[in-house]
Design a protein around this ligand. Structure first.
Ligand code: PRP
Ligand code: GUN
Length: 183
C-alpha cells in the first residue's frame, strides 16, 4: 500500500517510510556490534512485528535465526485488556540461546512484562528487547528495552505493522487515524 492511497484516513504522519527505514538500519548496525560473535535468535511478536522483523533482520550482517510468538492483549479495540494470552508459542527451545525479542510497539508495557517473565523462565543465555515504537506509559512497567526505534506520544498509531481492527498494517509510514475512522 502506498501512503497516498488512503490520504483521508490519517490525520498526521509521524514517521515516513524513509525515516523508519533509516532508523531500522541504525538499530541493526548497533545490534551487529553488540552480538558480533554470538548466534542470535530474533523472536518476533506476531502480528505487528512482521514488518520490523523483515526490515531489521535483512539489515543485519551477523548470523541470526528467527522464531515467532503470537500473543493477544488488545482484541479489536484500541485499549489494552491487560490480559495477555499466548496464541502461538515458540517452535524452538531457547535454553542457552541469545534471544532478542522484536516488537512493533510498547504501549502500556503489559505485553512485554508478561513475555519477558515467560521467556526468562526458559533460561536463555541472554534476553533483550528491541521495539520500533515506544509510548511514555511503558515506563510504568519498568521493562528494560535495549533498542528503541522511536519514542512517540501517547496516541493510537497505525502503519508499519500496527493495525486498527486488522487494517493499516501494510501502510509504509506511521501515523494517527482520523476520528471518522473510529466512528
Ligand atoms: O505495551 P502493550 O500495551 O501491552 O501493547 C503492546 C502490544 O500491542 C500490540 O499487539 P496487539 O495485541 O495489538 O496484537 P497484534 O500485534 O496482532 O496487532 C503490539 O504488537 C504489542 O505486542
Ligand atoms: N495499532 C496499534 N496497536 C497498539 N497496541 C498498543 N498500542 C498501539 C497503538 O498505538 N497502535
Amino acid at each position: 500500500m502506498d501512503d497516498t492511497q488512503l490520504p483521508g484516513d490519517l490525520t498526521r504522519v509521524l514517521y515516513s517510510k524513509e525515516e523508519v527505514a533509516a532508523r531500522m538500519r541504525e538499530l541493526a548496525a548497533q545490534i551487529d556490534e553488540d552480538y558480533a560473535d554470538q548466534d542470535l535468535l530474533l523472536v518476533g511478536v506476531l502480528n505487528g512485528a512482521v514488518m520490523v522483523m523483515a526490515d531489521l533482520s535483512r539489515a543485519l550482517r551477523i548470523h541470526c535465526r528467527m522464531d515467532w510468538m503470537a500473543v493477544s492483549s488488545y482484541g479489536s479495540g484500541t485499549q489494552s485488556s491487560g490480559v495477555v494470552r499466548i496464541l502461538k508459542d515458540l517452535s524452538t527451545d531457547i535454553t542457552g540461546v541469545h534471544v532478542l525479542v522484536v516488537e512493533d510497539i510498547i504501549d502500556t508495557g503489559l505485553t512485554l512484562s508478561y513475555l519477558i517473565s515467560n521467556l526468562r523462565s526458559r533460561n536463555p543465555a541472554s534476553l533483550k528487547v528491541m521495539t520500533a515504537f515506544r509510548k511514555p506509559e511503558a515506563a510504568q512497567n519498568a521493562v528494560e528495552v535495549a533498542y528503541v526505534g522511536f519514542d512517540i506520544p501517547n496516541e493510537f498509531v497505525v502503519g508499519y505493522g500496527l493495525d486498527y481492527d486488522g487494517h493499516y498494517r501494510n501502510l509504509t509510514s506511521v501515523g494517527t487515524l482520523s476520528p471518522h475512522v473510529y466512528s
